[in-house]
Design a protein around this ligand. Structure first.
Ligand code: FAD
Length: 463
């Protein structure tokens, strides 16, 4: 075997440019580097590590059917990889080394070091693109990156229409099927496999079912956490067992069937947000260094109250919708998008706590945690980010709850102590009801907390 393909957050055989193009050149083997210490340093959740392990094994099984072996390289940190990977390549007499570009800053540094080490030994390095729907830089007419989503999206759609839309197939079988190797996955962690099966099919099934049956109603249903109206494919996209261009294919196919224009799909727009935040992370490296997009927001004096932080993490703030959301995160590793916005706004504006702490807590729990979307979502919520959201937009958790969980059923699911309350009082129970249900009083008073946050941002504007 002359070609070795290194898979990272692209754990798939379909639409995997590095794997596909390598397989067109000759026989390939696949390698995955296991770097638990690095993942811990990146705050990766147990849930994500567990799903990652399961998906690697599932991929090894399906590659084995194509006659392609998958090996693991064990290291602690990225810094050990240049040596480990070079040693592996030399041992197996590899001539060509392939991978798909990874966008986060540490990963790019890692890839540069590995490439340099390999070239030193005359091993050719081939780099492909797999993680974005539109892989080239989406720039304004002046050649600068967009700082706001809407003009980015317009340009993104134009570029998209000019490119090849069909995803790549899986590699052809290169030999008789080999026995799947039972990998050493002792670094795996427990996660809710009942909700996120670690196999090759679930993501594809969810994607196609969503596009066939739900995508049309996405716009009206997506804000209601009790409704299964979104695709729930984010963990698979984050680890790359599903590629974004496979999503594009599904949306184009189903829109064509229904004689709708796929460019108008609201769901496609969400996938464009994914590209947007990833491109932002690339163009503005300071985002990866704990910095806000708007530098002057570094002057905000966050309250950072520890007791409030723990109450928020554990889902006992006394705001039922916030608590239900945080418990959903803690129990399942996932949180509905509307709730991510509500809890992040609550944390940054009403508790006036540093968004970086909330961002880190999300990352440590999310099964779909990924830096660009998480950082983008948090900075959007905190009004420190690049979006047009005005700083005085502060979500009122009770109003949000009344609007998006009208009957209170989502609250009932995750805050069962309030299950007996009716749809009117469950969003903001009386003191007497709280006592009876053994549910805490609100940890903050909404109105003054809101005004204090607005004042703090306003002062910043005056500077
Ligand atoms: P759908 O609504 O079906 O959307 C399809 C896909 O589009 C998603 O799987 C995701 O890949 C992408 N997407 C959707 N919305 C966004 C968005 N606003 N930004 C970027 N991509 C988007 N998403 C993550 O994948 N990882 C994160 O760590 C993450 N952290 C977030 C933190 C905050 C504070 C906020 C407000 C949002 C965050 N999001 C994150 C975005 C969004 O909440 C999730 O992508 C979505 O809830 C996943 O559910 P779904 O797969 O059913 O999404």
């Amino acid at each position: 075997i002359e070609h070795l393909v290194w898979l990272r957050n692209d754990l798939r055989a379909l639409d995997n440019p590095a794997l596909y193009h390598a397989s067109q050149q000759g026989k390939v083997a696949v390698v995955v580097a296991v770097t638990p210490q690095q993942w811990t340093e990146h705050n990766e959740s147990d849930a994500k590590t567990g799903l990652r392990a399961g998906l690697i094994q599932a991929l090894a099984n399906s590659l084995a059917a194509l006659g392609i072996p998958l090996h693991l390289i064990h290291a602690n940190c990225f810094s050990e990889l240049p040596n480990e990977i070079t040693a592996f390549c030399l041992k197996h007499d590899i001539k060509h080394f392939w991978f798909n570009r990874d966008l986060p800053i540490h990963e790019q540094q890692r890839d540069r070091s590995v490439s340099i080490a390999l070239k030193h030994h005359n091993i050719d390095v081939h780099i492909e693109h797999a993680d974005l729907i539109v892989p080239q830089a989406v720039l304004s007419q002046q050649g600068t990156p967009f700082k706001v989503f809407t003009p980015f999206f317009k340009r993104w759609v134009t570029l998209l229409a000019q490119q090849e839309l069909t995803p790549l197939p899986a590699p052809e079988p290169q030999a008789e099927p080999i026995d799947p190797i039972l990998l050493n996955l002792d670094w795996s962690k427990p996660f809710r496999e009942d909700l996120w099966p670690a196999d090759q099919d679930t993501a594809k099934q969810r994607l196609w079912q969503f596009c066939h049956h739900k995508e049309r109603h996405y716009q009206t249903g997506r804000d209601y956490p009790i409704q299964p109206a979104t695709s729930t494919i984010s963990p698979y996209l984050a680890l790359g067992s599903l590629g974004p261009r496979q999503c594009l294919e599904a949306i184009i196919y189903t829109c064509d069937q229904k004689e709708r224009n796929w460019q108008d799909s609201i769901w496609l727009k969400e996938l464009a947000w994914r590209d947007f935040y990833r491109q932002l992370m690339e163009h503005f490296p300071s985002l990866s260094m704990n910095q806000p997009f708007k530098p002057n927001t570094n002057l905000l004096r966050w309250r950072n109250n520890q007791d409030e932080f723990h109450a928020w993490c554990e889902g006992r703030t006394g705001f039922p919708i916030v608590d239900a959301a945080m418990r959903q995160l803690n129990q399942t590793g996932w949180m509905h998008n509307r709730l991510r916005m509500i809890t992040a706004s609550f944390f940054t504006k009403l508790l006036f706590s540093d968004w970086r702490k909330g961002e880190a807590y999300f990352m440590s729990k999310l099964i779909d945690g990924e830096f660009a979307a998480n950082n983008g979502g948090w900075q959007w919520s905190a009004s420190t980010g690049c979006d047009a959201a005005p700083y005085f937009r502060v979500f009122n958790p009770t109003r949000q709850s009344e609007t998006y969980d009208k009957a209170g059923d989502f609250i009932r699911r995750f805050v069962p102590e309030l299950a007996e309350l009716d749809a009117k009082s469950i969003h903001s129970p009386s003191s007497e009801q709280r006592k009876r249900c053994n549910y805490p009083e609100p940890i903050i008073d909404y109105k003054p907390a809101r005004l204090a946050a607005i004042d703090a941002f306003h002062e910043l504007k005056m500077l």
